[in-house]
Design a protein around this ligand. Sequence first.
Ligand SMILES: [Zn+2]
Length: 273
Amino acid sequence: MANQETQLLLCASCGAPIDATREVMKTRRYNCMYCGNSGLIPKPHNSGGIEVQTALDEGMRQFLNGNFDSAKNCGERVLAVSKNNVTALFFVNYYKAFSAATKNTKAFDQVFDEVLPEAEFEVEDEELFKQLCAKTIHHTGAFEEQLLAKFLEYDDPKEVVDFTESFSPVNIMMRKDFEWFTPKIASLYEQIVALGPTPKTAYALYTMCLKNPESPLLTKNWYLKTKVDRIYKDVILPLEKIFKNIKDDALRAKFVGGYAKVKAAYEAGMKQG
Ligand SMILES: [Zn+2]
């Protein structure tokens, strides 16, 4: 999608040209081979022309009005020109997965599992894609790990923080168990909270200890020893590293303190058995 051939990329420190490799374009991160500076290259803008932009904007309008078939048609127009456009793929496969008479979610899953990790966004479709994900959390929430990993790799720090704050708190609160809280997603939160203020995400993670339907602090089922131990090891302990990594001093102090009480209550429950 991104067409950087016409745009010369230069090192922000020494001005040497940067080799626009696949990896550089995908992550926007470069290491200058002349001066050793590492930096972020600017995001590319729409290279598909006015036709693509018009179709994406129209698709968005139709989608937000619940006209998923019209949004799909707009997506197909874009894909004819730009076959890996993630926003267009979202329109088309959302329709197939949740709106068509015969529903097929496989292609929708593939957008997040296969296309997204390799995607090269442009400013315009990235913005639309983020809005679409936030509007459809009941379907896209399952792909939080893929989304955070992608934007952590690709985005400016402030933008990945903003996206996380718009997406993750709601999703964390909707989770029905702790299955989703993998070491991978814990590590993503750990990195994101260190980039900028994430009070809503931190609050959701704190609250989840008390309110998640599987939490022994809610169910009081301390006698389910194996489960109680598993949640302690997989959820309670990893959270400590996340709260300790919060960037802002005051915010970190607040959550590290709150967390210490939750952890103490959990350990008391474990002893009581
Ligand atoms: Zn340089």
